[in-house]
Design a protein around this ligand. Sequence first.
Ligand code: FAD
Length: 611
Amino acid sequence: MMLGPKTVTRGATKGAAPRSMAARRVGGARRLSVRAAAGPAGSEKFDYVLVGGGTASCVLANKLSADGNKKVLVLEAGPTGDAMEVAVPAGITRLFAHPVMDWGMSSLTQKQLVAREIYLARGRMLGGSSGSNATLYHRGSAADYDAWGLEGWSSKDVLDWFVKAECYADGPKPYHGTGGSMNTEQPRYENVLHDEFFKAAAATGLPANPDFNDWSHPQDGFGEFQVSQKKGQRADTYRTYLKPAMARGNLKVVIGARATKVNIEKGSSGARTTGVEYAMQQFGDRFTAELAPGGEVLMCSGAVHTPHLLMLSGVGPAATLKEHGIDVVSDLSGVGQNLQDHPAAVLAARAKPEFEKLSVTSEVYDDKCNIKLGAVAQYLFQRRGPLATTGCDHGAFVRTSSSLSQPDLQMRFVPGCALDPDGVKSYIVFGELKKQGRAWPGGITLQLLAIRAKSKGSIGLKAADPFINPAININYFSDPADLATLVNAVKMARKIAAQEPLKKYLQEETFPGERASSDKDLEEYIRRTVHSGNALVGTAAMGASPAAGAVVSSADLKVFGVEGLRVVDASVLPRIPGGQTGAATVMVAERAAALLRGQATIAPSRQPVAV
Ligand code: FAD
């Protein structure tokens, strides 16, 4: 389907060519025929082709198409982000492993995690993962950016851009903006257990933190997490950036278009992109979206698909590319390396029978697991109540050791009981309860994330076929400090759950369960149940030079060794910030757009920071 200027046409089925069996072998892989510019993107040439229509891409599409002289094309593999389960925050429960709006990716088997594959959620729609994420708005800390050690990317440099991008509902306020497109607000759902958690956390000595994005004080403490929502509705970048620009005649958005390769020509003066090859269906013909002279391809496919596509296009570690028969365009050892995430574990406890109904799940579902009409009405008329939350917008940032200079742990407090210790699987177990007509039991969950994890994994190739998922080695706990953080995290969560007033609501710990008492037991529990905190970054890291593993230059986000190719998405973050990664991705995209429009350079800030 193509979303053209002002019109919505059904180009996906119409535009997709009849299957051609004109297969040939290129780069060791069987390929179907490629048609020059005859697909749903049309035959015009573009100044910018954005590969992926996700979080960063929607920002770029808006800002770049504001210049009416530039033609911008967005190629997105998934559908629009208009579905109700995207718009309503509580719909997140239906988006995990969604057959269309999630990529359904998993890691390679992880020996150190008792031979498990780790499910890695990735949004597949306009808005990308901002359409399926938990909407938490965190920038991390100032020290996170200073630790990058990159000119132009210190905390002082990035803060202005965070503030410029934001539209905070309760502003103006120091460290928050009110003039940007990224809507943020305080959570609109309150549960009595939130306050009880805060009191219990205070009883363990944690301070209250009124604003985790205010860098004038440390990140430590408990409190409300701000959310990327607008009056209780998800404020993903499709809604906030792309939709308002959709009517522009110079912006074309094609959905259902899967990029398969960036076309790069090698000449005597070096390598230059000429366009992007894409498919409307796996076994259909490939089409080419062509660049206008001087045009650029902007990789916005996220931290898994961007390095994957780069490698398929000849940009990556030469040995890997050669092994798969791919011509090497730019030998960059850093492509796909440096994969980072927030590994997560849970502590959950069942409520005493008299408190069962306090949980958010009981507010949403009746005893037969049907959605309660009252919750729907409250959401429709007030944009409040249990449907206005993704469930985890209250919590704490904590140091698990006094030797640390900042928190290594985020606790997300959920006023509901996890049904499975591997976070996402709760919803699968819930499906079973529903079939049996049984209610979701009440209780609490603390999801514990190692937010400044040091372990590093990689994205590699299984095959040169773009429809074969890449080899993702998530490699949690390659640095033992991350496992230690989570072991200590479970102990701290237990300590909080044991404090009044929280304690009085709880009957028994279900996960890990009281029998897991020694450090060895807890390590075992964590290895068996650790799941992704959904913060994948770093796989096309920016930096000063490829010799140090950088893939793009931190001065302009250009891929080393290829003209007309930049990466603008979560892949470029060289080191994971200690907070969710959506805000940082938007910050990078805002800066990239200003750079491309000649409105700013990526240089050290000489201005005092506007807060
Ligand atoms: P994405 O937004 O993922 O966009 C990539 C886009 O490229 C997708 O639309 C994808 O379909 C498309 N694409 C990929 N390959 C191709 C191809 N070959 N052809 C065409 N299109 C392609 N961050 C927060 O700040 N707060 C949170 O609460 C939070 N929770 C999260 C919960 C989940 C379940 C997930 C998955 C992420 C969460 N994050 C959160 C992380 C945050 O959403 C991401 O860091 C951010 O959205 C990444 O943006 P991106 O532009 O790099 O990639």
